[in-house]
Design a protein around this ligand. Structure first.
Ligand code: CA
Ligand code: CA
Ligand code: CA
Length: 221
């Protein structure tokens, strides 16, 4: 039972991939909408469009024609897609193949609704792949920006580091040197004091000894 359900889902998935699908919609092209609105279709295999029709949210119906494979852009002869509260339903005969989201496009520009994993409002990829090139084009500048920002940060960092060195590290070094020098000086002073003290004591002792010797010598005389 589970295997049958799995196979059915797989068949539906394959069918969905292989049959005609609406992949991109331009509700509000730059300038006049009349004669410039379009829908992009995609089919993995060649399909006879004569079997298909599209219906908008007002219930207006257009029968397609011709044989296509890959991407196919249908340009409407006159205004057919409203710029808000619009959707397109794709039929193969009487079988509903696809129903889009409710679209809104207030941007009178090149932004279109495109299906990749979900419907997204992005810069037009008319007649071209929606997902890969679009995401690459969008990601690359972001990566470039990130890289540029990183580079700027990298450029800034040495400056900041040098500034830090100039502002904080060098004075610290000077302070350490000063402290070291002072400590040495203090030690030297102490050593000198001891030596001087010893010399003074020696001198005094020798003077006393000499004095005593002279006194003794005088007494002997
Ligand atoms: Ca429109
Ligand atoms: Ca327009
Ligand atoms: Ca496209």
């Amino acid at each position: 039972m589970k295997k049958k359900i799995f196979l059915l889902l797989l068949l539906l998935l394959i069918k969905g991939v292989l049959t005609l699908q609406i992949t991109e919609v331009e509700l509000n092209p730059s300038g006049s909408d009349s004669g410039n609105e379009w829908i992009e279709f995609y089919s993995e295999k060649e399909v006879d469009l004569g079997e298909y029709k599209i219906i908008n949210n007002d219930g207006d119906e257009i029968k397609l024609s011709g044989k296509v494979k890959g991407f196919y852009v249908y340009v409407f002869e006159k205004q057919w897609l409203d710029n808000s509260d619009e959707k397109i339903i794709l039929y193969k005969g009487n079988e509903k193949i696809q129903e889009t989201l409710i679209f809104e496009d207030s941007k009178n520009n090149e932004l279109t609704w495109q299906f990749c994993d979900k419907w997204e409002f992005k810069t037009s990829t008319k007649g071209k792949e929606n997902c890969e090139k679009q995401t690459e084009e969008k990601e690359e500048p972001q990566e470039d920006q990130e890289e540029a920002e990183e580079e700027v940060q990298e450029q800034k960092d040495p400056q900041e580091e040098s500034n830090e060195k100039n502002s904080t590290k060098k004075p610290k070094q000077i302070r350490l040197e000063e402290i070291k020098l002072n400590a040495k000086d203090i030690k030297r002073d102490k050593i000198l004091d001891k030596k001087e003290y010893a010399i003074v004591v020696l001198v005094i002792l020798t003077i006393i000894v000499i004095f005593l010797l002279i006194k003794k010598w005088h007494k002997i005389k």
